[in-house]
Design a binder for this molecule. Structure first.
Ligand code: RUQ
Ligand code: CUA
Length: 655
């Protein structure tokens, strides 16, 4: 019982302090933390004008990624990633279903947390954005030319893929770390044998610079802690990767108490260049595994899923000098590296201060063996010898730190519900602003790269309470936009978000918009069921499978009358959108389909399966208002009894 008292006491104090610190601001949001003057003007993007930044916000439990414009806060698109999306048929069409294949079968949902945009020389380059699936461990790559998920790789030997997906400064690797330690390989064993037996994997996925293709290079098999967040070293610390840990107690029950016993947990510092070299020279152990690698082909518009059967694992003890532990107070959550690469910030959730480690001192401590014991054979560096400084009493419940272009850091505080700006190097607190309410991540465009763009800070809040019109018991979560160009942060705007955004990433619009695809060229369409001309259109029976080769153009389907389908058939509507103009998708829906509609963009072919269950004549139609004659864009399928001998036939205007 005694051990739980400390925690409760801490939380009670925390709650008390919140009350006296911010009581007034928190109620109205219009006190000293209120709105900047002329805020409306500063976020106003006139009709027809474009926003200055794209912001990509994780959807959390929606499993998606949403695209916003900044500073307006206008939502532009939801990009389907790990969850089926009836809005465009992602995860419902035959072409996209393989994207959601895993070793557990078809998994049409996930919990997406941390988007990270690809970089070249430590600067955002706008090629791809990566995001993690937390629940069934996966990493996705979204192409920022197509704004489409093009690849998903499952992570074996992982569970709660949370310290992911962060990339190195030339996008050499995207990294995935396990939150839960588990038996590796998985096996049937008593839970109370966790300690010493469960392990945590940190996975380094290489990225092909031409195609973006991902492949697991190696998995580091670490002690059974929880690996919470991570960030790459950059500039001088390029070649290293840092992961926060909690539950170094290796508790397996009532973690809120049992994983809060140690005064310090660790940041694991991983010299991935050293491990890469070891692996390139034949090091590591190939072990059996089973994980899906799903890739979308740009020309057939079809994803394939391949099950991979082995993965290269590395025991940290086999690569001396590659892994160290940096003691970090009280269950650190965020693990952030400043733009110079010198400072590594551990945001201890239960700590009163923010701890900043020095990379230079870390190297020196390694060199001079300034160790303070070891954990499972991994050296623990001496805390005082690597400490760069402490931000004293900045707030309560620090979660994440982001950086601007002027040497300042911005840390979010969940319990005291505020963002605190402090000076990197002097550790002095420069400003604090309340947020509404309970901020998780914060985001500055480029704020986790060598070149932050500054200008805005976006707070990603968990709770909105009174900020918007009530919508029943479930309220929206929200983002708050601050102008950070002056000495004081100025609140400009609240805007609602989709799902629960954990992290977000933003980039100047110019770095993406000119590259954005307008159409898929029909001439490059290699889909095996594409139908370009009237003579390509047909209906083919293969046993109980009926394949309809159809196309669409304003404002009809070809064919639009089909007979000879029977109850018990499986009907494949393969539809090619013949339009070659920007912004002319057509949709397709058929009565009683057990999936969704599909939205087909110009030049693409997509397939929806329909299993007619009732005899009759059933309509299908275009779901996207595409012309004045959109309502005319329709057709019929005649469905006859299973034993009928009506021949297949198809027509357009009785041809
Ligand atoms: S987390 S709110 Cu999933 Cu990044 Cu800290
Ligand atoms: Cu095509 Cu509406």
């Amino acid at each position: 019982m005694k051990k739980s008292i400390n925690i409760l006491f801490f939380l009670a104090i925390a709650a008390g302090l919140v009350g006296c610190n911010n009581g007034n601001d928190r109620k109205s949001g219009k006190g000293q933390g209120g709105l900047a003057t002329n805020a409306a003007e500063r976020v106003y993007v006139a009709p027809g004008e474009h926003d200055e930044y794209y912001a990509f916000m994780s959807g959390g439990f929606s499993g998606q990624l949403s695209v916003y414009g900044l500073p307006s806060g206008r939502m532009l698109k939801v990009l389907p990633v790990f969850s089926q999306n009836p809005e465009n048929g992602y995860g419902y069409t035959e072409e996209t279903k393989p994207m959601l294949n895993t070793s557990f079968g078809f998994v049409p949902w996930d919990d997406s947390h941390h988007p990270d945009i690809s970089q070249t020389d430590g600067v955002l380059d706008g090629r791809w954005i990566f995001i993690n699936g937390n629940n069934t461990p996966r990493i996705a790559r979204i192409d920022l030319k197509n704004f489409a998920t093009e690849e998903i790789i499952e992570i074996p030997n992982s569970a709660g893929n949370h310290s992911s997906s962060f990339i190195t400064e030339n996008t050499e690797y995207v990294v995935a770390g396990t939150r839960f330690s588990v038996p590796i390989p998985q096996e049937d064993m008593p839970i109370n044998e966790y300690k010493g037996n469960f392990k945590g994997s940190l996975t380094f996925i290489s990225v092909d610079q031409e195609t973006g293709r991902m492949g697991i290079k190696f998995q580091l098999i670490m002690p059974g802690f929880n690996y919470d967040l991570s960030h790459p070293g950059r500039d001088k610390s390029h070649g290293w990767f840092f992961f926060t840990t909690y539950n170094t107690e290796e508790a397996h029950s009532l973690l809120e108490v049992n994983a809060s016993q140690n005064d310090k947990d660790f940041i694991a510092a991983i010299n991935w260049k050293k491990i890469e070299e070891y692996v390139n020279n034949g090091g590591g152990k190939m072990v059996p595994a089973n994980y899906a690698h799903n890739v979308m082909d740009e020309h057939t518009h079809t994803a394939t899923s391949t099950m991979l059967k082995e993965v290269l694992t590395v025991n940290p003890l086999d690569v001396p000098g590659a892994v160290y532990f940096l003691p970090t107070p009280k269950s650190p959550h965020g693990c952030d590296v400043d733009p110079t690469g010198e400072y590594i910030i551990g945001n201890g959730k239960l700590s009163a201060d923010l701890t900043v480690h020095s990379f230079t001192k870390m190297l020196d401590a390694i060199e001079n063996k300034k160790f303070d014991g070891e954990a499972y054979g991994i050296p623990i560096l001496n805390f005082e010898d690597i400490l760069a400084g402490v931000v004293k009493q900045p707030g309560l419940g620090p979660l994440h730190t982001e950086f601007d272009d002027k040497g300042n850091a911005y840390t979010t505080f969940f319990i005291s519900s505020e963002v605190v700006k402090w000076k990197v190097g002097t550790w002095e607190v420069l400003d604090r602003q309340p947020v509404f309410y309970s901020v998780g991540h914060g985001m500055i465009p480029g704020g986790n790269s060598r070149k932050p763009f500054g200008k805005y800070f976006v707070a990603l809040n968990k709770i909105t309470k009174d900020r918007y019109l009530p919508t029943g018991p479930e309220l929206t979560q929200s983002a708050q936009l601050f102008d950070i160009t002056g000495d004081k942060m100025e609140l400009l705007l609240d805007f609602p978000t989709i799902g629960e955004p954990h992290y977000a990433a933003a980039i100047p619009a110019d770095m993406i918009k000119n590259n954005s695809r307008k159409i898929y060229k029909l001439a490059e369409n290699k889909h095996p069921y594409a139908a370009f001309t009237n003579s390509d259109t047909k209906v083919v029976r293969e046993g109980k499978n009926v394949h309809i080769y159809m196309n669409m153009i304003r404002s009809h389907f070809n064919p639009d009358n089909i007979e000879g389908v029977k109850v018990g058939d499986k009907v494949f509507f393969h539809i090619t959108n013949l339009e070659q103009d920007f912004d002319v998708p057509h949709g397709f829906a058929v009565i009683g389909a057990n999936n969704a509609e599909m939205l087909i963009v110009p030049g693409k072919t997509e397939t929806l399966v329909w299993e007619p269950k009732q005899v009759g004549v059933w309509p299908f139609y275009c779901t996207d208002f595409c012309s004045a004659l959109h309502q005319e864009m329709q057709g019929y399928v005649r469905v006859s009894p299973a034993d009928s001998d009506i021949e297949l036939s198809w027509s357009l205007d009785e041809d």
